[in-house]
Write a protein that binds this ligand. Structure first.
Ligand SMILES: [Zn+2]
Length: 385
């Protein structure tokens, strides 16, 4: 009996607009569809892909949330900040090493970074992705792909997200050639870093996509060399929105005398500012400070629609979302805006993710959480052949 391999190739930031503009894998993977993204960043979207649940259900949204009691950065309160020259201590490399040290000391296995959050703010925050979300039990609140594939006793492989994309593709090819694996989830994040810088350079994007097309071809060849059929599905988490402008939100807040730690706390992500408000009188000043900024406070209805209506308001009492293309700069994620960014409203077409396949699915995924159903359903189960 000939068994069919199910291969899910995750390409971070492969947006529907780019797929369509460049005719990506039109012949190799002719069954293609636009997929609605999960509002937020990879820290919320990847857990959604791995569990089929919304952030409200799986508990992951942005990296940082207000929780001084449980903060792994509590000890930083003792830092002699005045004696720490900004130019040295805020270098990316120093912060990256420090993050590694903290992760090691606390036994964290997840994607753990300090980004550009000021040292004076860090002791107020805890971090959502302390565990490896791809590993069995990695999502704590809900089962993830590894849990389900293990339960289904599939001969499966899920990439190590720490490895370079090229390496994950190479391992995938090797496994397909050996013919002993029935379900694969290959993780590649390189396109995301590429598009953050080159989204508006069509020729370079085309060249990069050709590399991925060749990778798809190699995977299909590897599978057929073992004499098996391969259902290859490309899945992505979100698109990439070209830079349309920057907004110095920190300055707008300071202009109204709103200082971190005085009645409120905030995290300025790249495309949204999240506020925890301890002094209700602050609300009107906050609204006034951002009245002319290009964005809006998310309504409760929007939070519900986006699946981020956390009952305990873990990720903020209020979220101010910038208009598509406008980035907060400087933000707590970086000082300068990037040529491309994601994390805008899922209603904007540049945010759309993509699904591509060489077999027609019984039902096309409409939202990135639907991949989970596809990946775990018996309908395309490789073991039955
Ligand atoms: Zn990204």
């Amino acid at each position: 009996m000939k068994t069919r391999v199910e291969l899910y190739l995750f390409i971070d930031a492969l947006g529907w607009n780019i797929v369509r503009e460049h005719g990506f894998c039109r012949e190799l993977l002719p069954y293609q569809a636009k997929v609605r993204t999960q509002f937020g960043y990879s820290s919320g979207a990847v857990p959604t892909i791995l569990s089929g649940k919304t952030p409200r259900e799986h508990g992951h949204f942005s990296c940082f949330y207000y929780s001084p009691e449980t903060s792994p950065f509590r000890w930083m309160r003792l830092l002699p900040l005045a004696l720490m020259p900004d130019a040295l201590f805020n270098r990316h490399r120093i912060r990256h090493r420090l993050a590694k040290l903290i992760a090691k000391r606390n036994g964290y296995t997840g994607y753990f970074e300090l980004y550009s959050l000021p040292y004076s703010h860090l002791p107020s925050f805890d971090y959502s992705e302390k565990n490896d979300i791809f590993a069995p039990g990695g999502l704590r609140k809900v089962p993830n792909l590894a849990d389900v594939w293990q339960r289904q006793k599939r001969r499966s492989h899920i990439s190590d997200w720490r490895l370079p994309s090229r390496e994950n593709l190479r391992i995938g090819e090797e496994l397909l050639r050996q013919g002993k694996t029935d379900s694969l989830f290959l993780y590649t994040a390189e396109l995301d870093s590429f598009l953050h810088f080159h989204v508006s350079e069509p020729e370079r994007v085309a060249e990069k996509l050709r590399e991925y097309e060749r990778a798809v071809m190699r995977l299909l060849e590897a599978a057929s060399s073992s004499g098996r059929e391969c259902a290859l599905h490309v899945i992505s988490d979100h698109g990439m929105t070209p830079l349309a402008g920057a907004c110095d939100l920190g300055r707008l807040l300071a202009g109204r005398g709103l200082r971190f730690g005085e009645g409120h706390a905030s995290v300025l992500d790249s495309t949204m500012a999240r506020f925890w408000i301890f002094d209700p009188q602050l609300r009107s000043r906050l609204a006034a400070a951002l009245a002319d900024a290009p964005g809006h406070f998310l309504s409760e209805a929007e939070k519900q629609r986006f699946g981020i209506d956390f009952p305990d308001r873990q990720y903020g009492d209020e979220i101010f979302l910038l208009d598509p293309g406008i980035q907060i700069a400087p933000s707590d994620m970086g000082r300068r805006p990037l040529p491309g960014m994601h994390g805008f409203t899922p209603d904007d077409s540049d945010s759309d993710a993509a699904f591509l396949s060489n077999v027609e699915p019984a039902e096309y995924p409409a939202w990135i959480g639907d991949y989970f159903t596809l990946m775990t359903s018996g309908g395309t189960d490789g073991r039955r052949g």
